[in-house]
Design a protein around this ligand. Sequence first.
Ligand code: GAL
Ligand code: CA
Length: 336
Amino acid sequence: MKKSLLLALVAMITFSTFANGQKEDGKIVIGANIYSFADNFMNGVIKPELETYAPSKGVEIQIVDSEGQQAKLNDQVDVFITKGVDVLAINLVDPAAAQAIINKARAAKIPLILFNKEATEPGVMDSYDKVWYVGTDSAEAGIIQGQMMVKDWKANPSWDKNGDGVVQYVLLKGEPGHPDAEARTVESVKAFRDAGIEVEQLALEADPNWSTVHGNDKMAAWLTSSFGSDIELVIANNDGMAFGAITAQKAAGVRLPIYGVDALAQALTHIADGEMDGTVLNDGVNQARATVDLAINAAMGKNVTEGTNWKVQTNGTKAVRVPYVAVTKDNYMDFK
Ligand code: GAL
Ligand code: CA
């Protein structure tokens, strides 16, 4: 065979296998992103699990950093589609911008798994039969965190510093508009009211990056503010922000009751050291695994939960929701 003919053949085969969306070796390729590699939980728990679990299932995963910019993510999705990935696993930057991503996937006939940030536009998940969500039940973290705080509040009368029976709290919210941030903010405080305990919000600050720097800055500012000495409780919607608040408290020589969400390794250390009172396990390992399992099945045109233990909820959104778990000084050892 002539060399030129051989080259043409190779090119043809390569082109057709790529056009099919699968690599020459038939391996499934998942095109994935993380909304920001700077996020403690996403970068520390979800990303490493995606990176190890996908190859263990015989598939390739490519993960890009969207750097907190939805426009960047839109471009990254275009690039994945042009490359011919078999399935997309997308962590929205803006939870209100799912439709654009869904439209791209649908136009390219590629299945789409959204994970960690649930789409907030109504009906958007029904606009494509090959889109699913993997995450949690956002409210559950707030409910568990709230119940934990109520129990401790009742057990520690000295926490009510001014003795008025009301919980004077400050709250580190996280990303405004993010279903997790919104639901946690409502539910944690509601747990007190449900238990017949009055609450008073002294301050609340949001941060799209859920960051430690933000937690530190806000806590430091609150402690030196006019209400600084009135604060009786610090509610952080994630551990990352709580870490910053702990540092600020240490710098100011105070130790206020403080709770987070995620159960990152550093949170377990803070609990062990008596610097933090509780957190809620956000099971990123299982969220990452569910994302990969659903992606593989979807890429193969199978029922997304086939051969797995995941359950897609039947009422509401097509979603797999991984449960949260309370983590306190009594059980943190189990999560090390
Ligand atoms: C939440 C998590 C936060 C942050 C956020 C990003 O579930 O608790 O720490 O990672 O996801 O979307
Ligand atoms: Ca009080």
